[in-house]
Design a protein around this ligand. Structure first.
Ligand SMILES: *Cc1c(COP(=O)(O)O)cnc(C)c1O
Length: 406
């Protein structure tokens, strides 16, 4: 949660650097800076910066905290959740053998397959498959996109299997998938450890309780910490993941400032007034619901998070014929406002966009309401562009390709 007194204080930094003033109601997006990090956590990163320290001691403190919060035996920190997946796969392949650790990724040996349900092979900004391959892992797809039966998984396990990877996310196919407890049961019956990508999940306890041997979280998403990845789970697997720092993990290292910041984040998480945060988010949703009420062709309703995180969003359904503009054109138009309003538009081709109320600075919910009204009321004047619908699909890559192009 931001602690800036008013919007202009928040934006003075943007103005100084010439960055676009924007309000993020799309969620915790890497391309927008993950989360807003509170003052106490920012101070903790600053305190570490000016000092030498044994990193192993900091990681051990992080381990104790991670264990306390997750019920795991141990934990460690790395550059990102994506790095966490790679280190976890490396751990499952090479264990605590430093020779094998340094042989990765080129020479993982014969036991390097990672079984993943086909419906879990998603893209979170990069393919989950890439995170596996970086450690020398070979993805073995299990089942089909919309169906995974017990026999699909059981039949895929064998001498070559190093680990099972399970993704919990709104990105995965939302039906026909095996529940984690069953996935773990089948893997464990063959002595195969289960790695869970829970980068964006609030539930720090349930996934390990359901059978994950390693669970991986992002620090910079719902936790509201600095950029980093949290690995929690069985002691020897965590130790093996940490040992990856002498090999492929080096390029994924986390510095003292981020370790200090994540330690502060985890401490704060235990004491955060989650009820007050929910109430604040709820108030924003109510405000926006009120702002768009009565506009012909617009229907707004509160929807729960698809993976049951304690977070609601406002979905705005657009009847393009009545309103005069499609959800896709509107999502693009919001982004051209001043400040730019970045809505959650990854499903705009279905005729709606969503507003995520987390990470708003004081006063921003009101600005969002104004922009919503302003743009929706002049929807008939908006000119659709041919790529409005394609933009959410291609825009992420296009933005990379056009960077420094001219
Ligand atoms: C965000 C996300 C990741 C990547 O997390 P980073 O910490 O940004 O690397 C991986 N998996 C899922 C499901 C995600 O939502």
């Amino acid at each position: 949660m931001s602690d800036f007194a008013e919007p202009d204080a928040y934006w003075s930094w943007h103005d100084h650097h010439g960055y676009t003033r924007l309000i993020n109601v799309s969620g915790t997006m890497t391309s927008l800076g993950g989360s807003i990090v509170g003052a106490r956590i920012r101070e903790a990163t600053g305190e570490a910066m000016g000092r030498f320290v044994r990193i192993h001691e900091m990681q051990a403190e992080a381990s104790r905290l991670i264990a306390e919060l997750t019920g795991a035996e141990a934990g460690c920190l790395t550059a990102s959740a994506s790095a966490g997946i790679t280190l976890a796969v490396g751990a499952a392949i090479a264990g605590l053998d430093p020779f094998r650790v340094q042989a990765l990724p080129a020479d993982p040996g014969p036991r390097c397959e990672v079984v993943v349900q086909a419906g879990h092979l998603v893209d979170y900004g990069a393919p989950v498959e890439t995170a596996v391959k970086l450690a020398g892992g070979r993805v073995r797809q299990v089942g089909q996109a919309t169906s995974c039966a017990d026999f699909h998984l059981a039949g895929a396990l064998g001498e070559a299997t190093a680990a099972g990877l399970y993704v919990v996310s709104h990105h995965v196919v939302d039906y026909g998938q095996m529940p984690l407890s069953r996935f773990a049961e089948i893997c464990h019956s063959r002595g195969v450890p289960v790695i869970v990508d829970a980068a964006s999940e609030y539930d720090l306890l349930g996934l390990l309780a359901a059978g994950a041997d390693l669970a991986i979280y992002s620090s910079h998403k719902f936790l509201g910490g600095p950029t980093g990845g949290i690995i929690a789970g069985r002691r020897n697997l965590v130790r093996a993941a940490y040992l990856q720092n002498i090999g492929i993990g080096r390029g994924m290292k986390i510095g003292k400032e981020s370790i200090a910041g994540i330690i502060a984040t985890l401490e704060e998480w235990q004491h955060r007034d989650h009820t007050a945060v929910r109430a604040q988010e709820r108030a924003a949703l109510e405000l926006w619901l009120h702002a768009v009420a009565g506009i012909d062709g617009v229907r707004a309703h509160v929807i729960p998070d698809p993976t049951n995180n304690p977070l609601d969003r406002l979905q705005i359904d657009i009847d393009a014929d009545r309103l005069g503009a499609s959800a896709a054109t509107l999502a693009r138009a919001f982004g051209e406002e001043k400040p730019a309003l970045i809505v959650r538009g990854h499903e705009v081709e279905r005729g709606y966009f969503q507003l995520d109320p987390c990470n708003l600075a004081p006063g921003q919910a009101e600005i969002v309401a104004e922009i919503l009204q302003r743009v929706l009321r002049r929807a008939k004047d908006l000119v659709a562009r041919p790529d409005d619908v394609d933009l959410p699909r291609n825009g992420g890559v296009d933005a990379y390709l056009s960077w420094l192009e001219n």
